[in-house]
Write a protein that binds this ligand. Structure first.
Ligand code: PMV
Length: 334
């Protein structure tokens, strides 16, 4: 028997400047609000998908090891979405290689599911319109919808009364953004997180008294962020991003029971970034579902700022810039 051809795709993580936090539809992964991100040029994930005609079940390998538990369940569930879309039944062999520490709030799931959506769509011969690929990636992990595109990206939640919520929620690149932004990641901790972002979001939406206020302000943040990106206004971009991220953490920290991703070390970096700003540096912080802090700054200052943050924390730092679209690198012939 001839082996089925393999499709391989590469995608990069993205960091939201206006965060996605809270779902309107848990099953379809439709968010409560729009979000806006920057796809990075570091930590790509490469994923290969090979169909197994006549095979009994999916085989999922992550970083050289057979996937188990929640990861296996999520990837298999996503392959089911692709199969339903393609009206096909073959199981698949998935081999995925991350270069980002998994589960550390650096969005490995975004790059992972974007790469899997592209490679899987190619393997199962699904329509490859980028908007459709973004919708598909969303079904794996919400933020993956944004990693389908490079640069600054807007993910539409879609109207609350949309007739087809799945169709209405997808990401698109922002072509009018005029800003060369750097992001310094301070890698405080690279172990897996204690509470998944999925669970943390659910708990926040259900129980935090601060959540409705943050959600309402994030709509205005997207509008202001778009305007600031279009005029290349870095201080406005930084200020909106920092306040939006700190607000998101305030919502989860007031959930019942609270979700606390910020550690003592995170607060130390947040304080230091504020002090740098007070002495005239252009530095603003953002954080995701983990303890690491990412610092927004001008590209020309990034290596100096990374060196200072490395010295102050004793931790590894890394400078990222705007990254590319997700791409299929080797594919099943069309
Ligand atoms: O896609 P998920 O379920 O990993 O959600 C990630 C949400 C945040 O990273 C915290 C914010 C965002 O918009 O990326």
């Amino acid at each position: 028997m001839r082996a089925a051809p393999t499709a391989t795709a590469v995608a990069h993580p993205n960091i939201a400047l206006v965060k996605y936090w809270g779902k309107r539809d848990e099953h379809l992964i439709v968010p409560l609000a729009d979000s806006l991100s920057l796809t990075l040029d570091v930590f790509p994930t490469t994923t290969s998908v090979q169909l197994l005609p006549g095979g009994a079940q999916d085989v999922i390998v992550v970083d050289g090891r057979p996937a188990t538990g929640e990861v296996l369940r999520r990837v298999t569930g996503f392959l089911d979405v692709l199969r339903a879309h393609a009206r096909r039944h073959e199981p698949a062999h998935v081999d995925t290689r991350n270069t980002v520490p998994v589960g550390a709030g650096l969005a490995s799931s975004a790059a992972g599911f974007a790469a899997l959506a592209l490679a899987g769509a190619r393997a199962y011969e699904i329509d490859r319109d980028p908007t459709e690929l973004s919708r598909l990636a969303r079904r794996g992990s919400g933020s993956a919808a944004r990693s389908v595109f490079g640069g600054f990206v807007l993910w539409h939640a879609g109207p609350p009364d949309a007739a087809d919520a799945d169709l209405a929620s997808y990401a698109e690149p922002l072509h009018d953004a005029r800003l060369d932004l750097a992001m310094v990641a301070v890698l405080l901790q690279t172990g897996p997180k204690s509470v998944s972002s999925r669970e943390a979001m659910r708990r926040t939406v259900a129980t935090s008294p601060l959540f409705p206020g943050w959600l309402a302000s994030s709509g205005a943040d997207v509008t202001a962020m778009r305007a600031a990106l279009a005029t290349g206004d870095l201080p406005a971009v930084g200020a909106i991003a920092e306040r939006n991220a700190l607000g998101m953490h305030a919502t989860m920290e007031t959930a019942i029971p609270p979700v606390t991703y910020r550690t003592h070390a995170s607060h130390h970096v947040l304080d230091h970034v504020r002090r740098m700003r007070e002495r005239g540096e252009q530095t603003w912080s953002t954080m995701d579902a983990g303890p690491n802090v990412k610092v927004l700054c001008p590209v020309s200052d990034a290596s100096r700022i990374a060196a200072e943050l490395g010295e102050v924390t004793g931790c590894r730092t890394l400078v990222a810039r705007s990254g590319p679209d997700a791409t299929v690198t080797t594919g099943v012939p069309t």
